[in-house]
Design a protein around this ligand. Structure first.
Ligand SMILES: [Zn+2]
Length: 228
């Protein structure tokens, strides 16, 4: 239902009758009234923002924050959904849900790999980890818009039902020098890249320690686990 249509002013507001001067005075009164309402609205919004800041201190860093580009459709992701902004990374030692929501075995392997990477002067960081189903839906919607079709988006972004990120079984590593390190040395820790088109996406394959990593899929669309 379109609530904007429901709240459009009735046509009676502009009915004919009063003289032009009266209409002009009324119009001015309306403008002044609208300005007063707008000013009151700003004050109210400011009060809400201040209340939100106060809540953030009590409830944690995610309260009252809205990521850039988020939509006001109820599906807006935040840190509690595992949200990490585009181009940003967080530490593997971060307590945020993106990291704490990962499968414990995957996280343990990542920490072991991170220690070895550190000896090589490389820090493994998380560009994306665990994601809530609504965060995954939000990503998929954006991907469909970006790529122009659900089919093309499916080469890059899984659904809330299929994504291994939602299951806590996949992690995107960044920046490139750290994902490159893990691509070359991750098999010793059971960490393998799974897609040719995603240099950043890794999963746990414990058997890779002895057998090496399995053959990569060209992209997620070729992965039988991603079939919708
Ligand atoms: Zn991924």
């Amino acid at each position: 239902m379109n609530t904007i249509t429901e709240h459009r002013p009735p046509a009676a507001v502009v009915r004919r009758g009063p003289s032009r001067a009266v209409r002009q005075r009324r119009a001015l009164a309306v403008v002044v009234g609208v300005a007063a309402i707008a000013a009151a609205g700003v004050l109210a919004v400011t009060a809400v923002q201040q209340a939100g800041s106060a809540n953030a201190l009590v409830q944690g860093p995610t309260a009252g924050t809205v990521p850039a580009g988020a939509e006001a459709d109820g599906g807006t992701p935040d840190a509690s959904d595992g949200y990490i902004a585009d181009g940003e990374t967080i530490s593997l030692y971060d307590g945020a849900p993106a990291v704490s929501g990962l499968d414990p075995a995957l996280r343990e392997a990542l920490l072991a790999a991170a220690a070895a990477a550190s000896d090589d002067g490389v820090e493994l960081r998380v560009a994306s980890g665990w994601r809530s189903p609504r965060y995954q839906s939000w990503l998929l919607e954006r991907a469909v818009q970006q790529y122009g079709s659900a089919e093309e988006a499916g080469r890059w972004v899984g659904t809330p039902e299929t994504s291994l990120h939602v299951k806590g079984q996949a992690v995107d590593i960044g920046p490139f020098d750290s994902s490159d390190w893990l691509d070359r040395k991750g098999d010793a820790f059971g960490l393998c890249r799974t897609y040719e088109n995603e240099t950043w996406h890794f999963e746990l394959f414990p058997e890779a320690v002895d057998q090496g990593c399995p053959q990569m899929y060209a992209d997620a669309a070729e992965d039988p686990r991603m079939q919708r």
